[in-house]
Design a protein around this ligand. Structure first.
Ligand code: ADQ
Length: 742
């Protein structure tokens, strides 16, 4: 408010000065007007009395003094005298001042050659006040009879001038005040508009006319940050930690995910720690090790309850203890409804185009809502500030972001959807689609693997929600809340720490072939998955069959090892798949057995990460045949495992990974013929070409690793927080918030 006050003072002073100058000018002007007016009145008075004057003058009737007295009835005319043309006094009213004798006046007029008697005036300051003298000829038919001198009272002029000055000053004051108020109001409105525009520009919601500018600025900032990124080198745990410290002031991270990174299970040999087969855990665990904080998850292991403290927490990783896992307990009913039911029989098939019918039960939904609330409450218990950073993971927690936001309005909530987001039409199948989308929009950022998934999400928001979509700024705006929707292609740690203790590739090749009872020179393909119908395991085995059918040279030389970790076995569809995969593997093996060859090695069990990586290293090719997959980290793990730069990746075009790993042999897994051609090409590929392709993919995965994925999300979150804080600051300066609160 200081600026407007100063401005007001300057404005009033300037107007004051202006009023002073104006007053002087106006005084001289009004004086001129009054004098003219006086002269006119005198002429009129003398003109009106002319007949009487002439008669009295020519008849010398002695009433000339009376005629003069008639003239002085005008309140401004004090006295009058009649003079001959030779300067003699002919008659005068009482009180006529002898100072102004006829002769002296005539002499004055005669001295001033340019002035006629009829136009003569003179002002004089007398002790009684200022007076004006004016001369008027008295004409008959012949030469003038004489002239009349009138003495006017000018003291009223002073009074008038005073009144005029007062009025003028008052008018200037009122005018100045009015102008100042109008200016202030305009300035305030402009300031408000400007700050609102600035706020909106900062928060990404710039008015239309500023949008090109904001776009350019954003593009520049993006380019600069990309350049800065290249300058600062590859992303690693150190850099991620530094980013967290620099941009988020070391604030700890709270992750919410259904699956925990370390499961304690009871075995005949005591309690063991297991690493779950989960892409989400594979990606996020290294991030958590780098950042520290709390990972809130369902405690599903048989020994989980025995290993937590009184607050249901356990420090992990074992031996390192760099962060905490907070376990949330679910009843069997809750788990059935929320996890197996709504999440995996409803949302999972809804989001994947893999020909499984989504099943939506009202009871499952009820549990889904209740469990989301339960986890949201646990998250709120784990935060240590009013504006914590919370990473919500996956389709199990679509409602949690809004529930958390309700309790922690200032939280930065980054939600990552690890599976595809389907098109709007498909989303419409879900009876609770509005609730799901609205829940997600409680986030500050919603991340997907690809731009396509983001576009699908925007379409769904457009179809089912009351909101404004700013595709330019990648945001959904609901009232005062803004959610950024961005692609963040997920990845794996680089280098993979599990590789550290593993033997060289040659040794892995030899030992694995030995363990599987295969010849030392056997060609080996691998498939590594959770047993899930979206992974296209049946189609993969069919493609191997097709290979042997169409390329006889590989009969008796090629084997395919499928590691399949049982998953969601409580669900019929998964149990059916388990049975189908076994049947298909048996059928193929039986078919080729007559050639003395059982090409499929089906290992249906969970393998700890070092075992998985040994297979990657031992293989000649890895076939990822997902029918639909958000990203697929197996493809990236295979690349990471091959420090010998050998081996070929055959990759489904329906994975997010196919967009990054273009040096893979990309296939349509439904097309067995094409897939078998790719398998044959992989097995026939010269080592130099293998190395060239692998080299390029390794460079890509090493650079676009999971630290970069997390780093970019956190940097975006920090940027968002900065903007929010700044617009909050501006709001406190701005007189009022706008209706949309932007
Ligand atoms: P997932 O569907 O779990 O992930 P994926 O990305 O391939 O799929 O990750 C699977 C993980 O489990 C890998 O780390 C792999 O090594 C491990 N794994 C597979 N089979 C195993 C076995 N038999 N034994 C032990 N471990 C095994 C979801 C989405 C993906 C997305 C990830 C990450 O479905 O599209 O890439 O999240 O966002």
């Amino acid at each position: 408010m200081r600026l407007p006050l100063k401005f007001l003072a300057v404005l009033l002073t300037s107007l004051g000065l202006l009023a002073g100058g104006g007053y002087a000018m106006l005084t001289s002007m009004t004086r001129e007007w009054f004098e003219k007016d006086l002269r006119l009145r005198s002429q009129l008075a003398v003109g009106a009395a002319r007949m009487g004057l002439v008669e009295a003058w020519t008849n010398r009737s002695g009433v000339l003094a009376e005629r003069l007295t008639d003239i002085t009835r005008d309140e401004r005319i004090m006295s009058a005298a009649a003079c001959s043309m030779t300067g003699d006094l002919v008659a005068a009213t009482d009180g006529y001042l002898r100072d102004f004798s006829c002769r002296s006046v005539l002499e004055r007029i005669q001295r001033d050659v340019a002035t006629e008697i009829d136009a003569w005036t003179m002002t004089s300051d007398l002790p009684s006040g200022r007076v004006q003298l004016s001369g008027h000829l008295v004409l008959d038919d012949g030469p003038p009879l004489g002239f009349v001198l009138l003495v006017h009272d000018l003291s009223f002029l002073g009074r008038r001038e005073e009144a005029t000055r007062d009025l003028l000053l008052l008018a200037f004051f009122v005018l100045a005040l009015g102008a100042a108020l109008v200016t202030l109001l305009a300035a305030k409105l402009a300031w408000r508009g400007w700050t609102r525009d600035l706020q909106r520009a900062l928060s990404g919601d710039a008015p239309r006319e500023f949008q090109p500018l904001v776009r350019d600025v954003r593009a520049l900032v993006d380019r600069l940050s990309r350049e800065a990124e290249t300058r600062t080198g590859p992303w690693d745990p150190e850099r991620l930690r530094a980013t967290l410290l620099q941009h988020l002031k070391g604030e700890r991270v709270v992750i919410l995910a259904n699956r925990e990174p370390y499961i304690h299970v009871k075995t005949p040999h005591g309690i063991r720690v297991q690493h779950p087969a989960s892409g989400l855990v594979t990606a996020l665990e290294p991030v958590m090790r780098a950042c520290s904080g709390v990972w809130v998850a369902h405690g599903g292991g048989s020994a989980d309850r025995e290993t937590v403290d009184t607050r249901d927490r356990v420090a992990v990783p074992p031996g390192e203890e760099s962060y905490l896992v907070r376990r949330v307990w679910l009843t069997e009913e809750e788990e059935n409804g929320y996890y197996y039911g709504f999440s995996n029989e409803g949302l999972w098939p809804l989001c994947h185009i893999a020909h499984a019918r989504p099943i939506f039960r009202a009871d499952d939904w009820k549990h889904y809502v209740a469990v989301n609330r339960k986890f949201a409450a646990a998250v709120c218990e784990e935060v240590d500030s009013e504006d914590p950073i919370i990473l919500v993971q996956d389709y199990h927690f679509a409602l949690a972001p809004r529930m958390i936001r309700e309790r922690l309005p200032r939280a930065t909530i980054l939600t990552f959807w690890h599976i595809p987001w389907p098109n709007g039409e498909r989303v419409g199948i879900c009876p609770w689609r509005e609730e799901i989308i609205s829940g997600l929009l409680g986030s500050s950022i919603v991340g997907f693997h690809t731009q396509q998934h983001c576009n699908n999400f925007f379409d769904a928001v457009d179809a089912f929600m009351e909101s404004r979509i700013d595709r330019e700024a990648h945001a959904v705006i609901q009232g005062s809340h803004r959610t950024l929707v961005r692609p963040y292609p997920i990845s794996i740690e680089w280098p993979v720490h599990w590789l550290a203790g593993l033997p060289p590739v040659e040794e892995c090749r030899r030992s694995i072939r030995q363990e599987l009872g295969l010849p030392a020179d056997a060609l080996l393909g691998v498939g590594i998955d959770r047993l899930d119908y979206t992974k296209g395991i049946e189609e993969r085995l069919q493609a191997v069959d097709e290979l042997l059918t169409r390329y006889p040279e590989f009969r008796g030389r090629f084997w395919f090892a499928q590691l399949a970790a049982p998953s969601r076995t409580k669900i019929d569809r998964y149990r059916e798949l388990n049975a189908r995969v076994e049947t298909v593997a048996n059928e193929i093996n039986e078919k080729w057995q007559k050639h003395g060859h059982k090409p499929i090695v089906l290992l249906r069990s969970h393998h700890e990460p070092p075992a998985v990586f040994r297979y990657y290293r031992a293989a000649d090719l890895c076939y990822v045949s997902s029918l639909h997959d958000g990203m697929n980290l197996v493809a990236k793990e295979f690349v990471a495992a091959r420090d010998d730069e050998k081996g070929v990746l055959v990759l489904s075009q329906f994975t997010g990974a196919a967009r990054d790993l273009t040096e893979a042999l990309v296939v349509n897994p439904y097309d067995f013929r094409q897939a078998s051609d790719a398998l044959a090409a992989a097995l026939n590929m010269p080592v130099a070409e293998q190395q060239e392709r692998m080299h390029s993919m390794r460079r890509l995965v090493s650079e676009f690793n999971v630290y970069r994925w997390a780093g970019r999300m956190l940097v975006d979150a920090a940027e968002l927080r900065r903007r929010e804080r700044m617009s909050g600051r501006l709001s406190s300066v701005a007189p009022q918030r706008t209706t949309d609160g932007a």
